[in-house]
Design a protein around this ligand. Structure first.
Ligand code: T5A
Ligand code: NA
Length: 211
C-alpha cells in the first residue's frame, strides 16, 4: 500500500431497489484497492448493530413500527457509524457507501407523504458527515421489477419504487451525478470508476462537509 496523501473521499451510491448499488460498491472498492488507493465499503442499513438488527426485522416484516420510529432508527444507524467514518477519511481511506441519508428521506417520505413534511425527515440527518459526491444509479421501474430477488422485503413493489424515485429527484441539490444503470455490470463499473478516481483526487485537500 502507498502512503495516503490527504484525506480519503466520501462517495455515496444511491438509487431505487435493485439498481445495482451493492454490486457496484463492491467492485469499486476492489478496483481502488488494486490501484493501491486505500478504500473500504460502508453499507446502510448496517444490519450488524443492535439498531441494525431491529431495522432488518422491520424490513423482513417480522416487526411492525410506526413510520416515524423506523425513520429515526435508520438515521440512528448512520449516527452510530459517523465518528468511525470521519476517522477513516482523515486517515486517508476512501469510503464507498452503499446508500445514505438520501435513501433515509426518500423511502420514509415516499410512504408518509401526507402526515409529515419532507423537512421533518431531513432534520435528524443534520450534522452527519456530508458526501463528497453522490452517484445516483438510474433505472426504470419496469427493469427494476425484472431483476432477481425483487419482491421479498418491505418497500419492494413497482408503484412504491416510482414514488421513491420521485422523492430522490426532490432531494438532488443539483450536484448529483445521475448515471444510467441499464448497462452491463463491468461497463457501469468502468464509467463509475473514472468519476470516483476524479473525486478521490479532488477531495484530498478539501475539508469534509457537514449535512
Ligand atoms: N432504506 C435504507 C430506508 O428506508 N431508509 C434508509 O435510511 C436506508 C439506508 C434495504 C431497504 O431499506 C430502505 C431501502 C431498501 O428498501 P438495502 O439493504 O440496501 O436496503 O437493500 P438490498 O435489498 O440489499 O439492495 P437493493 O435492493 O438496494 O439492491 P442494489 O444494491 O441496488 O442491487 P444489487 O447490486 O444487489 O443487484 C440486484 C440484482 O440485480 C443484479 C444483481 O446480480 C442482483 O441480482 N444486477 C444486474 N443485473 C443486470 N445488469 C446490471 N448492471 C446489474 N447489476 C446488478
Ligand atoms: Na443493496
Amino acid at each position: 500500500m502507498t502512503t495516503p496523501v490527504g484525506r480519503g473521499a466520501f462517495i455515496v451510491l444511491e438509487g431505487c431497489d435493485r439498481a445495482g448499488k451493492s454490486t457496484q460498491c463492491r467492485l469499486l472498492v476492489e478496483k481502488l484497492k488494486d490501484s493501491n488507493i486505500p478504500a473500504e465499503l460502508v453499507v446502510f442499513p448496517d444490519r450488524s448493530t443492535p439498531i441494525g438488527q431491529v431495522i432488518s426485522e422491520y424490513l423482513k416484516k417480522e416487526v411492525q413500527l410506526p413510520d416515524q420510529a423506523i425513520h429515526l432508527l435508520f438515521t440512528a444507524n448512520r449516527w452510530e457509524r459517523a465518528e468511525e467514518i470521519k476517522s477513516k477519511l482523515e486517515k486517508g481511506c476512501t469510503l464507498i457507501v452503499d446508500r445514505y441519508s438520501y435513501s433515509g428521506v426518500a423511502y420514509s417520505s415516499a410512504k408518509e407523504k401526507k402526515t409529515s413534511s419532507f423537512q421533518w425527515y431531513k432534520n435528524p440527518e443534520e450534522g452527519l458527515p456530508k458526501p463528497d459526491a453522490v452517484f445516483y444509479l438510474n433505472l426504470e421501474p419496469e427493469i427494476i421489477a425484472e431483476r432477481k430477488g425483487f419482491g421479498g422485503e418491505r418497500y419492494e413493489s413497482a408503484q412504491f419504487q416510482k414514488d421513491v424515485a420521485e422523492c430522490f429527484k426532490k432531494l438532488n441539490d443539483g450536484s448529483w451525478k445521475i448515471v444510467d444503470a441499464d448497462k452491463l455490470i463491468e461497463d457501469l463499473t468502468t464509467e463509475l470508476y473514472s468519476y470516483v478516481t476524479e473525486i478521490v483526487r479532488l477531495s484530498k485537500d478539501k475539508p469534509l462537509g457537514v449535512m
